[in-house]
Design a protein around this ligand. Structure first.
Ligand SMILES: [Zn+2]
Length: 234
């Protein structure tokens, strides 16, 4: 785990990234890092913030209690649901305590989207919870990659934002993805956030992807920094 921390800090330095968010896995024993792994690992780093993970299938109530404590102590800034990686719907009854906890602390709920098993967190499913919890901030991770235009269906709801992690991963479809991301960003410049999914994808590559979009400087600054600072309360 320690070497991963060094690798991340080094990659940030190389890519010119001042601050980042590390997202924990939803399983207590994980190679990616569990909530407690990441909290411990980055406790002494003022520039790496942690988002917690939770799974309805593994140590749910224990994890919920831990998240409650970590969020109270400002060690965790939000909670990610791994819908699609895991077979549960965003609308499942068992997930409601996660939404309640996030509302209690006023932190965002992130959800995985795109690739395989899309149905668990697809636009229609996401819409249901976004409407049910209008005061809760949602973040759609990966913008339903590779179908970025799906995001447009939800922009009328002010409590959803989008993160660009992994979207620049495939050179072959980059033109199409760029056009769709640019259109989305220009439509809702305050609700699209940079993301890279480091180590799965390249931090530098994703920064280049955003700077190549040709956004006006003001909007580019929002995407690369300001929106995340505001949405995650960094
Ligand atoms: Zn994800």
């Amino acid at each position: 785990m320690k070497s991963k921390k060094e690798r991340l800090l080094l990659e940030m330095e190389r890519a010119g990234v001042d601050k980042c968010i590390a997202i924990a896995d939803s399983w207590p024993e994980s190679g990616i890092g569990s909530n407690s792994d990441l909290v411990d690992l980055f406790e002494d780093c003022g520039n790496v913030y942690v988002i917690g993970g939770i799974s309805p299938f593994k140590c749910f109530s224990e994890t919920l209690e831990n998240l409650d404590r970590y969020i109270s102590d400002k060690k965790i800034k939000g909670i990610k649901l791994f819908t699609g990686h895991e077979e549960f719907y965003l609308t499942d009854e068992c997930i409601k305590p996660v939404y309640e906890l996030a509302m209690k602390h006023n932190v965002p709920v992130l959800f995985h989207s795109g690739w395989d098993n899309v149905k668990y967190g697809d636009v229609n499913v996401a819409e249901e919870v976004i409407k049910e919890y209008p005061h809760l901030q949602f973040v759609c991770c990966h913008c339903w990659y590779p179908e970025i235009s799906k995001c447009m269906g939800l922009i009328k709801y002010p409590n959803i934002a989008f993160d660009l992690s992994s979207v620049a991963d495939n050179e072959d479809i980059l033109d199409k993805i760029s056009a769709e991301v640019k259109a989305l960003t220009e439509k809702i410049p305050d609700r699209v956030m940079f993301g890279s999914d480091s180590f799965g994808c390249s931090m530098e590559g994703h920064i280049k992807f955003v700077t190549d979009l040709g956004l006006v400087p003001d909007i580019e600054q929002k995407v690369l920094a300001d929106n995340a600072i505001r949405i995650y309360g960094l």
